[in-house]
Design a protein around this ligand. Structure first.
Ligand code: FES
Length: 618
């Protein structure tokens, strides 16, 4: 029986339990630490370097070549090569973290983080009025700030008191030439911002200090709109069919975002009134409902969004619990269901600047988005993958939280890793992909996705596996964990029906990829890289995703994880306002491919419902 090892990552202090033999790169991803892999984990670039500070790891030839004997002696290893054999403490240098490349891009020549948010604070001493100088308060403020500014209503309302409360020293909060508010005294050190990824299933919010770009906290939670339907189409239907549908869905998402803001502010020990900016990125449906805009046009042919440009408003317009005059921006959208999260993903990865060869960005989620960049042009599409990857519509499925089987290895018997080192309670998306990939390899599932009966199975399978097949209504299910092994005392199965759900999700992604490749005239084998994005994408085992046919059969070294790019793109736009120009350019330059209008989609989808044969293994 393979044992589990505890791996703690520093300086974040995050720990995970993983199966013995797991590569460090995967353990780090499981702990939410996305490590750079420019060479795709081939052990060539050295960018994934980490240091083992407690416990020990064997070193391999590639590590000696890339790192040198001295570093190896000091505990340095390549996260893409090093396998966990015992409990470890591992230090991840800042430069090895994927997010650090975001910081490097926002760093000036002197190595300082160059933070240029839309909201800027400026402290000034205003000349007090006299009998000889009876200009208005706003004229005086304007002069002190350099002149030529518009003083907004919030600022005018606060101005007389703020000026006289602190001996005519005030701090003005500005967005461009617009003064959005003033505060008494010098408050320039208190300026925070928020970046949100509004996913169909999961919401992620990050609090950032806008003075120095430091991240102060991250929270995530389930999108409460899942109670109204687990995909965007069912939510659009609720908005259309129920008189108060839009209001209820809008309030649900707005309240969840506000709860997350309260939570982030409380944990960081700051006042929500000191949060001056929020940037939100989501797919078209999520963004429109968030803005309280009716999404019905997205539910009817030809599926048009209400806006393509960046939407800007004051926080009070949306009812967000940050400073009421704070700047709120929602990402521009490409078209159809390809929304702001895709634009954010493109600016996070700089996909539009990649010239080495065709590169595919695949964000695997309930609403899957795919972008192909080739010869300076981009084509994008979205696919309704459904929530199977999030563990929904799977009989013993669950989200990737404590108790979820997140990794399955099937050899002589079944080995599994459970999140939180707990007893299993169900299976999440990555475990599902692993289980099906291994069952295909062992010949227990055939290419049509059917779990074979004992008479049809290849010879020589171990009894331990044969005993796991359970006949039910003319078909078979596969037992992953018996009732005595689980935390719920209920067995966890991979049901025949679950494999069908996975095939649907899988086929949607694969067919979307194939159509985009065809539109661009690119062969799958010519792909320079596939960038796997999304909270879920980080945890997928690349060879297993390839085995089930979700990704084209290219060398796994060319498949790279890029983390939650929607969240990263939102952070980028929060930290540097000029990213909005880039985002709008991306919208102009990306061609939207609507799969529902593509005559070849159905055929591609049907073909992709079949799992590939063993030839995809390499
Ligand atoms: Fe390049 Fe590890 S050496 S990713």
């Amino acid at each position: 029986m393979t044992r589990e090892c505890k791996v703690t990552f520093e300086p974040s202090g995050r720990s995970v339990f993983v199966l013995e033999g797991t590569i460090l790169l995967e353990a780090a991803a499981r702990a939410g630490q996305i490590i750079e892999t420019p060479c795709g984990g081939a052990g060539k670039c050295g960018k994934c370097m980490v240091r083992v500070t407690s416990g020990a790891c064997d070193s391999c030839d590639e590590e000696h070549t890339v790192l040198g004997a001295d570093r190896i002696r000091r505990g340095y290893r390549l996260a893409c090569r090093c396998r966990v054999k015992r409990d470890l403490v591992v230090e991840i240098p800042e430069t090895s973290l994927f997010q650090s490349s975001q910081k490097i891009l926002a760093t000036d020549a002197g190595g300082h983080l160059d933070v240029r948010p839309a909201v800027r604070k400026q402290c000034v001493r205003v000349t007090p009025p006299t009998r000889e100088d009876v200009r208005s308060d706003s004229e005086r403020l304007n002069e002190a700030l350099g002149g030529g500014l518009r003083i907004g209503i919030h600022a005018l309302q606060a101005l007389p008191l703020a000026l006289r409360q602190h001996d005519f020293t005030v701090t003005a909060a500005r967005v461009g030439d617009h003064v959005i508010d003033v505060e008494p005294g010098d408050t320039t050190g208190r300026c925070y911002g928020l970046a949100f990824d509004i996913g169909s299933t999961t919401l992620v919010g990050t609090l950032i200090n806008l003075c120095d770009g430091r991240e102060l906290g991250v929270v995530s939670r389930v999108n409460p709109q899942t109670a109204f339907g687990d995909d965007v189409v069912s939510r659009i239907r609720r908005c259309r069919d129920e008189a108060d549908g839009l209001e209820r869905l809008h309030m649900a998402i707005r309240d969840a975002v506000n709860d997350m803001i309260d939570d982030l502010a409380k944990r960081a020990g700051i006042a929500t009134d000191d949060i001056w900016e929020a940037v939100l990125a989501g797919n078209s449906t999520m963004q429109e409902i968030l803005c309280n805009i009716h999404p019905f046009a997205l539910g009817e042919i030809p599926f048009v969004p209400v806006f393509r440009e960046r939407v800007r408003m004051r926080a009070s317009d949306l009812g967000l619990r940050i400073h009421p005059a704070g700047e709120v921006s929602v990402f521009p959208q490409i078209g159809g269901f390809v929304g702001g999260d895709t634009v954010a993903g493109i600016i996070a990865t700089r996909l539009n600047d990649m010239r080495e060869g065709p590169v595919l960005l695949v964000d695997v989620g309930t609403n899957g988005e795919i972008v192909l960049a080739h010869e300076g042009r981009m084509v994008a599409t979205s696919v309704a993958a459904g929530p199977a990857f999030e563990g929904a519509r799977i009989i013993n499925g669950m989200r990737a939280t404590t108790g979820a089987i997140e990794k399955v290895v099937i050899d002589g018997d079944v080995e599994m890793n459970v999140i939180g080192n707990a007893k299993p309670a169900g299976i999440c998306g990555t475990g599902l992909i692993d289980a099906v990939a291994y069952l295909l390899r062992r010949g227990i599932v055939d290419e049509t996705g059917r779990i074979l009966g004992p008479d049809e199975l290849p010879a020589g399978l171990p009894d331990a596996l044969l005993r796991r097949l359970v006949a039910r209504n003319d078909q078979y299910d596969f037992l992953l964990a018996g009732p005595d092994e689980t935390g719920t005392n209920e067995a966890v199965y991979l049901h025949q029906r679950d494999i069908r759900e996975l095939q649907l999700a899988n086929a949607a992604i694969r067919a979307g990829i194939m159509i985009l490749l065809r539109h661009a005239g690119v062969e799958a084998s010519a792909l320079h890289a596939i960038l796997l994005a999304g909270g879920f994408g980080n945890f997928i085992r690349r060879n297993n995703a390839r085995r089930i046919g979700m990704l084209p059969p290219i060398d796994t070294a060319r498949i790279r994880f890029v983390g939650n790019t929607s969240s990263l793109g939102a952070k980028r736009a929060l930290l540097a306002a000029d990213e909005w120009t880039r985002a709008e350019q991306v919208v102009r330059e990306t061609r939207h491919v609507d799969l529902s209008l593509d005559p070849e989609f159905q055929e591609e989808f049907s073909m992709a419902m079949m799992f590939p044969g063993p030839e995809v293994e390499s």
